[in-house]
Design a protein around this ligand. Structure first.
Ligand code: C2E
Ligand code: CA
Ligand code: CA
Length: 673
């Protein structure tokens, strides 16, 4: 927008240039325009007043002095010129050049007047060489600087012109003695200098004031534009946001509807992007997103080679950023899935190119869900929902791929809604169970602890593992009552075992992702162990690294308090997240659980074996108790023992079992029968 850009430069040119014009032509234009309306009316009124005054002069001369032809000439010459000026001022285009036009009118009127006054002198009336002449011209000089005062140079030019003509007429044509002419000239000249000085000073003030007010206007306008941008654009990538996307997509869909054509809505989700924020910080994460956005845009712009036959005047595709790591794309004028698929592949390739972060190449991938109009849905809301859902499925299938929406997915979504309602009921109806998986010292198979794992005894579908419903519970908020139930049940069991005189082994419970955001967690847990009269150390809280790294500062605060209260803290699924060793040092953990993924082919001695060994060394060195999860074979177990990790958990020793079975193991102190 020219206006805002123009506001940038003028302040530097104070004060000399200020009097002539602003250095910036657009700003100068703005300055004049700002005063035009006001001065324009003023000029019009003065033209009218001028006509009235001249008519008055004519009448005075007619009755007080002799009534010669020059007096009539005054009426017939000057008044029409003034009225002409007034008429001209009513034309719309007069506004554009009103200053020079007004200046020429004033000069013309002045010259007419001078001619007439000279004639009046010749006819013996009170003309140029009388006080009437001096008065007329002093008035005209003032008038120039008042009316043309916005641009002093116009006033100066016309004032000087009138002055010169007056002096010339006085000296050579009025028939005055040199002394008399000098006396009259002196009067008009002093007024000229005075008026010029005032005009000059006034323009200087006007311009200064204008600059101040423009600066204010500009910053207001900039703030307004920023607000407008924020409401419609994403700040990080500069792309339209969800709202603007909806506004822009509506007409494209409408056109597709009318032309019976098709389009596609793509939901692009960068896989596991949360980890990038955690690892590199939000600033870097945003830079990465901006880079990806640029690539996506470039992909869509070069649209013609996507089609088998290039389409020349094709509507452009729309790209928007929806949320954290999600983008939406609308591709118009598209009939088959092939082209949508080709676009998706290009987009995937664009995301897959490494991004340099801190000089290191970062490799990312994306999951793309595609919904077609009108096949899958006919309005943007549903198209977006379908594509988003499909992207989620693509992500769950491992990411780095695109998928088309299909009805079966929709059925799954409906099933989820049903499941959520059922889960809500399950809490009330007592369908939840805790199973216990022993943690052993593999050298002796002696019990050293246990992990409580949640199960849902579904009335129709049987015993459901947590994988079937934890994510749903987290999304729906049911996770809070669910976790309360798990914690109470775990404490109840500990209390019962203690009452039965069974050995006191620490019991691990899994905390959900949201729990660390709750600053009240330490108090809640403290209340719980007090209620069941347990020692805090008998509870081991399992957290995953991704949970902790989501907001390290807050997490460390909560964890420090939990540790101070005496609770055990275990870092679950270690090795799968983006966790860095520097973070690990800061966390007040007591235990590290190596993820099953590393254990699976540990005995085969590949890369995972080396990693597992490194993790064990690291954990031991940091003084942590290291536990290997998912140990299924004797070879795995032996390997781990050999590397200094005798604490193990897995099917080799025992699957997670109901409370009664676990109590029997507690009694015997081993998983062996
Ligand atoms: P997790 O914390 O990593 O739990 C270990 C999972 O590995 C359990 O699955 C366990 O049955 C399984 N497992 C143990 N040993 C072996 C083995 O040798 N081989 C194989 N293939 N698997 C083994 P489960 O019980 O299905 O739990 C899955 C996940 O659900 C847990 O992973 C945990 O993240 C979550 N979860 C379980 N209970 C709760 C709970 O009460 N609250 C919350 N928030 N999450 C829970
Ligand atoms: Ca666990
Ligand atoms: Ca685990």
């Amino acid at each position: 927008m020219a206006v805002t850009e123009a506001g940038a430069g003028p302040a530097a040119h104070l004060p000399l240039q200020l009097l002539l014009r602003f250095a910036d032509a657009a700003f100068e234009q703005r300055f004049i325009q700002h005063y035009v309306a006001f001065y324009f009316r003023y000029a019009q009124m003065s033209l009218l007043l001028g006509a009235l005054l001249i008519t008055g002069d004519y009448l005075v001369d007619r009755f007080a002095h002799i009534h010669g032809p020059a007096n009539l000439l005054r009426l017939t010459l000057a008044v029409p010129v003034l009225l002409l000026g007034l008429g001209f001022s009513l034309l719309p285009k007069a506004r554009q050049h009103w200053q020079p036009v007004m200046a020429s009118f004033i000069v013309t009127v002045a010259l007419c007047l001078m001619l007439i006054l000279l004639r009046i002198d010749q006819e013996g009336g009170a003309g140029l060489k009388s006080w009437v002449g001096v008065l007329n011209f002093t008035f005209l000089e003032f008038y120039c600087f008042v009316i043309l005062g916005v641009q002093f140079r116009h006033a100066l030019a016309s004032g000087a012109l009138i002055m010169a003509a007056f002096l010339y007429a006085l000296g050579w044509h009025a028939g005055l003695l040199a002394q008399e002419a000098g006396y009259w000239s002196y009067h008009v000249l002093t007024v000229f200098i005075l008026a010029a000085g005032i005009g000059w000073w006034r323009e200087y003030l006007l311009r200064k004031e204008f600059m101040a007010r423009s600066a204010l206007d500009d910053s207001l306008r900039a703030a307004e534009q920023r607000a407008l941008r924020l409401a419609h654009y994403d700040e990080v990538t500069g792309l339209p946001n969800r709202r603007l996307f909806a506004e822009l997509a509506a007409p494209a869909l409408e056109r597709a509807r009318h032309s019976a054509g098709g389009c596609a809505v793509l939901h692009v989700e960068i896989d596991r992007f949360g980890g990038v924020h955690e690892l590199y910080g939000h600033g870097q994460g945003e830079l990465v997103l901006a880079t990806i956005a640029r690539r996506l845009r470039a992909c869509l712009r070069g649209g013609s080679d996507l089609a088998a036959v290039p389409v020349m005047d094709q509507e452009p595709s729309l790209l928007a950023r929806l949320g954290d790591q999600a983008f939406a794309i609308l591709i118009p004028e598209l009939t088959g899935q092939e082209r949508a698929s080709a676009v998706a592949q290009r987009l995937l390739a664009a995301v897959a190119k490494p991004v340099a972060v801190d000089g290191q190449p970062l490799r990312l991938s994306a999951s793309i869900g595609i919904a077609m109009f009108p096949g899958d849905a006919t309005d943007l809301l549903h198209l977006s929902r379908c594509s988003e859902q499909t992207a989620r499925v693509a992500a769950e299938a491992g990411g780095a791929r695109h998928k088309f929406f299909d009805e079966a997915l929709n059925a799954r979504a409906r099933k989820r809604v049903l499941l959520e309602a059922e889960l809500r009921e399950a809490l009330q109806a007592g369908q939840l169970r805790l199973h216990y998986q022993p943690k052993v010292d593999a050298r002796s198979a002696g019990l050293v602890g246990a992990e409580a794992l949640l199960r849902w005894q579904h009335p129709e579908r049987g015993l459901l593992p947590p994988g079937d419903f934890i994510a749903l519970a987290e999304e729906s908020g049911l996770i809070t009552p669910l976790t309360d139930w798990v914690l109470h049940t775990a404490c109840q069991s500990l209390r019962r075992w203690s009452d039965q005189g069974l050995p006191a082994l620490p019991l691990s419970v899994n905390l959900p992702a949201s729990s660390l955001a709750d600053a009240g967690l330490p108090e809640q847990l403290e209340g719980l162990v007090r209620q069941y009269q347990l020692h805090p150390a008998s509870l081991m809280l399992e957290l995953t690294e991704t949970m902790v790294l989501r907001d390290v500062a807050t997490a460390v605060g909560v964890l420090d308090r939990l540790r101070a209260l005496g609770f055990g803290l275990s870092l679950d699924d270690f090795g799968t997240g983006y966790s860095s060793l520097s973070h690990l040092k800061r966390l007040p953990m007591s235990e590290l659980k190596i993820d099953r993924a590393f254990i699976t082919d540990v005995a085969r001695g590949g890369r995972d074996a080396a990693l597992a060994a490194a993790i064990i060394t690291l954990g031991n060195e940091l003084g942590l108790q290291v536990v290997a999860e998912g140990v299924e074979t004797a070879e795995q177990s032996q390997f781990l023992i050999g590397r200094g990790c005798p604490l193990q958990q897995g099917y080799l020793f025992s699957r997670p079992v109901p409370g009664a079975d676990f109590e029997r193991m507690l009694q015997s102190g081993t998983t062996r029968r």
